[in-house]
Design a protein around this ligand. Structure first.
Ligand SMILES: [Zn+2]
Length: 992
């Protein structure tokens, strides 16, 4: 109401000002000027849908919360609006659409308009469709394949023979702009907006809209996280359908595995969303992917504070800025407050979904807009502080509606689309140039390649890493002969990731080391992610261009290792040995073939020249069925291992390798991070029951049901886990019902309130005493530690430690522990700030209370960029070693002497304690960081990373590292698998 008055009064003022003016003598020049002035307006004349437009006005709370681009809806005789199909307009108060409603409208649009197509692009984990809507003029839609082909050629300049052909292709190309919505399920506006956007672009007759429709191709995926969308709508709409209903305030599950982290999967590629978006990208090669989020007032267009990702082409960074400034500039000009860029996000990590574009020479960007969440109108507060990047900040307090959100998102993206359409040639030229420069990268900025040595100790893990690279669109070659570079000699069969290919930057950013300076702006997410160490696979960065001329063949199709049975020692086979190399497929094999009797060797041993690691699988002919050899032949091929037949059973102590009954336990407070644990188990085909802390609280006989209970990362500490959700108010169900048909899929309960409680702690304690194994990851380790299940172990309060989401070096302290089976000396592990384990008083390892001491080697000695702490950055998009020679000559002339100084730190070795420290962080703080950032590293150096404590007949194994993180940490999975399969024999090899 208030806005209506303001609107009227300001127009009256204008009128008064106008009427006071003296009559103007209209000259001929004046007429010409007037005609020129109004000509564009006349051309823009289009028919308006009066009813829809009236509702847009009604639901917009202030006149300055909309723009001329979206304050009306064009009318069409033939094409229905949302109001026609669904009965409400985009952003109608208190109405959030289910996926089937969004799809119904989009289908109606596609049926009615020759300018719109709808296709399915795949299924979610829960079986819902993901869709793609394409909008352009009729001619373009009819020839979509032609435009896809042009993009594919520009994406791989190796296929373009002649520069004039490239020019021609760029001229003919139409940029594809892919808008994606509802990746985050509480952020509800984008699907509603994208329906209206599709309609507007299909039927609008203004020059502004026609520029978009005729010069580019708009791609729309209205809902990315379809499973989560429907769960969220269940909860948001339930109370409107039945005011008496009690439902959870927000969905604890979105997709099958993770919630908000569904936007952190573009390194590991574990989720269906990411894979389907990637496949669709590869089919179309859209120029821009624009993901719509809603977490801040009122519209943030992504650029970022930096440090920017050090591996992408600088052209891309510039394109981010150019596009964001269109929206900021035009919206500000139109008098719309709170449209800004720069702050909020950094631009460093490549794990966001829009890196499907950024990593492949396209442009990935996003918005954050002021959400209306459940669609209700409410008062919204924001900071009114100005800054250089927010000269027209949001207001301190406003009445905010669902429609306002639609207005902002839609205006912004239309401005960006219009700018892209007008500058199609430039952007398509950039796309081609970036693709070209990616191919040149091997010999310009380098490196030339990465090599996975052919004689690497973990062939199946290496194969798995190669499959990940291939999934990202990266070509991998195999060396036909031994070859030599300055970095060393590499055996025939070595794998070569050449960086003279279109997606060399994606390869480089996955395989290189990261260095993030802790003094940079606060990182938005992980700062280190190097794939080699996290897969437990050695990769070698090769600067020497000689590698490019080594004879090699491209691996055709998906990487697959051979496998089967090989004879190692003559005579009749008495047993078969499979080397334990901590490749995950061995665990898959063990659980798939639970009938086989397999023993684990407790020490390393040799047969002939062949060495076998401790933990290697021994299958005796006498213990197994007659078809053992055939079974192993088949399994070896499937699970990529070789079983060696021996005529004598090797003399080595062994124990039975179990197939335990496993439960994964979750809380009802947060399931996000433990979702990555479930994903790891599912992808490795490890069977488990999925139970909650409430099940453990209520089940005194856990040991009867389970051998192993794994408690993934949760939220808070031991006490919040024990207390759980407060037992106040009515019971809160998480269950399928008429009002909530989409929830209760992963797990269900009549009441989410309560937690593990003391009963649960006691039940777990009894489970341990009776020989069970309890495995706890990251902060969930606080439960056994705080409740005294691990004698002497505590969680240390750190003062200066900065170790935010990176790859840290750990080393095996007790290689005889079954948990270490198959591993080498060291392992790259994911760790994020806490918990840091230590042993209580008297250990002598941790001398706390020296917060002011600067940690040697931890530092601030280099800017953020590629490479490890001692390495240097490489600026992308230009020749390496630019100006280096002349500097060297100049320096020589000056006869300057470089001096280096080094400082050393001494570490004290701790005395051994009762719980077994299987794995610990590197004691040498200088070697602690592999990728990411580190400060105050002495607080982490040498601290236990995996501890095995005996409780009664059982064991509790606690991890401070996260072995199951975002499908990226495939190399540390086996620490958990080893503990589980050896749960009855974890004391094997114990020294005291
Ligand atoms: Zn979001």
């Amino acid at each position: 109401m208030r806005s209506e008055k303001m609107h009227i009064s300001s127009r009256q003022n204008q009128f008064k000002r106008w009427s006071k003016r003296k009559p103007v003598q209209i000259s001929i020049i004046g007429v010409v000027l007037l005609l020129l002035l109004f000509a564009p307006l006349m051309a823009q004349k289009e028919k308006i849908d009066e009813e829809y437009t009236a509702k847009i006005k009604e639901f917009t709370t202030e006149t300055f919360f909309t723009t001329k681009y979206v304050d009306h809806l064009p009318f069409s005789e033939d094409v229905p609006t949302q109001l026609d199909i669904l009965g409400y307009i985009a952003g109608a108060p208190d109405i959030v659409s289910y996926s089937h409603e969004v799809y119904k409208f989009m289908q109606a649009l596609a049926d009615a308009s020759p300018r719109v197509t709808l296709t399915k692009i795949g299924k979610t984990e829960e079986g819902r469709d993901m869709i793609l809507v394409v909008v352009a003029d009729e001619e373009t839609i009819a020839n979509l394949d032609h435009y896809k082909k042009i993009n594919a050629l520009l994406a791989d300049p190796r296929k373009i023979k002649d520069p004039s052909e490239a020019k021609d292709l760029i001229k003919k190309a139409k940029p594809m702009y892919w808008a994606t919505g509802a990746l985050h399920s509480g952020e509800t506006g984008s699907p509603e907006m994208l329906m209206e956007l599709a309609y507007r672009i299909a039927v609008g007759e203004s020059d502004f809209i026609k520029t978009i429709r005729e010069n580019m191709i708009v791609m729309i995926t209205p809902i990315l996280e379809v499973d989560g969308r429907d769960k969220a709508v269940d909860l948001f709409m339930a109370k409107r359908k039945d005011p008496e209903a009690t439902v959870a305030r927000s969905p604890i599950y979105w997709g099958k595995y993770v919630a908000h982290d569904n936007n952190r999967d573009t390194i590991g590629l574990g989720l269906n969303i990411t894979n389907q978006v990637l496949d669709t990208y590869m089919e179309f090669h859209p120029l821009i992917m624009h993901d719509l989020h809603e977490s801040i007032a009122y519209l943030y267009a992504s650029t970022g504070t930096g440090p920017y990702n050090a591996w992408v082409d600088p052209i891309l960074i510039d394109e981010w800025q150019e596009l964001a400034h269109q929206e900021v500039s035009e919206m500000t000009r139109l008098g719309v407050p709170g449209v800004w860029t720069h702050g909020f996000y950094d631009g460093w990590a490549p794990n966001y979904l829009f890196y499907v574009a950024n990593g492949h020479n396209s442009i990935g960007r996003f918005y954050e807009t002021q959400t209306a969440r459940d669609g209700s109108t409410r008062i919204v507060r924001a900071s009114e502080n100005r800054s250089w990047f927010k000269p027209n900040p949001p207001l301190r307090e406003v009445v905010w509606s669902f429609r306002n959100n639609i207005n902002y998102q839609q205006s912004g993206i239309l401005i960006a689309m219009n700018h892209t359409a007008k500058n199609a040639q430039k952007f398509m030229g950039n796309f081609y140039l970036k693709s070209q420069r990616s191919i040149q990268k091997a010999t310009t900025e380098g490196p030339a390649a990465y090599v996975i040595p052919g004689d690497n100790p973990r062939p199946a893990q290496a194969a798995s890493l190669i499959r990940l690279l291939q999934r990202h669109g990266i070509e991998v070659h195999k060396a036909k002969k031994e070859f030599e570079t300055k970095e060393g000699k590499f055996a025939a069969g070595s794998f070569v990731v050449r960086l003279d290919q279109p997606y060399s930057r994606m390869a480089d950013l996955l395989l290189d080391k990261q260095y993030f300076n802790v003094n940079d702006p606060r990182p938005y997410d992980d700062v280190g992610w190097t794939a080699g160490p996290l897969y437990n696979v050695d990769t070698v960065r090769i600067a020497d261009e000689a590698v490019l001329s080594a004879p090699m063949d491209k691996i055709q199709g998906k990487m697959k290792l051979g496998g089967g049975v090989e004879k190692l020692k003559g005579g009749k086979a008495q047993a078969y040995i499979i080397n334990h190399d901590a490749s995950n497929s061995l665990a898959t094999f063990r659980f798939a073939k639970s009938d086989l009797k397999i023993e684990a060797a407790e020490e390393e041993f040799g047969v002939e020249d062949k060495k076998f690691n401790a933990g290697s699988f021994l299958l005796k002919v006498g213990d197994n069925t007659d078809d053992l050899k055939e079974q192993l032949e088949e399994a070896g091929k499937k699970y990529e291992f070789t079983a060696y037949s021996v005529s004598e059973i090797p003399e080595v102590p062994t124990h039975v390798l179990d197939v335990p009954r496993i439960a994964i336990m979750h809380t009802w407070q947060s399931t996000q991070t433990e979702g990555w644990l479930r994903m790891g188990f599912d992808k490795t085909s490890i069977p488990y029951d999925y139970i909650s802390v409430l099940d453990v609280r209520d089940e005194p006989n856990l040991r009867e049901k389970y051998d192993v209970i794994v408690f993934g990362p949760s939220r808070g500490n031991a006490f919040s886990i024990v207390n759980g959700l407060p037992l106040t108010g009515d019971p809160i169900p998480w269950k399928k019902s008429e009002l909530t048909p989409n929830i209760g899929v992963q797990d269900e309960t009549d009441d989410m309130r309560g937690g593990l409680e003391m009963d649960g702690v006691f039940n777990l304690y009894n489970f341990l005493k009776q020989g069970g194994l309890f495995i706890t990851l990251t902060n969930s380790s606080s439960v056994p530690i705080q409740f005294g299940m691990a004698q002497g172990l505590q969680i240390k309060r750190t003062e200066n430690l900065w170790a935010r989401g990176g790859v840290y070096s750990t080393t095996f302290r007790d290689r005889k522990s079954p948990i270490a089976y198959g591993y080498g000396k060291d392992l790259g592990a994911n760790f994020n700030s806490s918990p840091v384990f230590s042993f209580s008083a008297g250990g002598g390892r941790f001398r706390g209370g020296t917060p002011s001491v600067r940690t040697p080697g931890s530092t601030t000695t280099r800017p953020s960029g590629r490479g490890g702490i001692g390495e240097s950055d490489v600026i992308q998009g230009r020749m390496k070693d630019m100006a280096k020679e002349s500097v060297a000559e100049f320096r020589k002339a000056q006869k300057e002497e470089a001096s280096t100084s080094s400082s050393r730190t001494s570490t004290t070795r701790a005395t051994s304690r009762r719980p077994r420290v299987v794995l610990a962080f590197q004691s040498d703080v200088k070697k602690l960081l592999i990728s990411g950032g580190l400060n105050g590293g002495s607080e982490l150096a040498g601290s236990p990373a995996v501890v095995d404590a005996k409780v009664g007949e059982g064991h509790v194994v606690m991890f401070s590292i996260n072995p199951f993180w975002r499908n990226q940490t495939q190399g540390s999975y086996f620490l958990v698998f080893n503990a589980m399969m050896n749960f009855k024999n974890l004391d094997a090899g114990k020294s005291n």
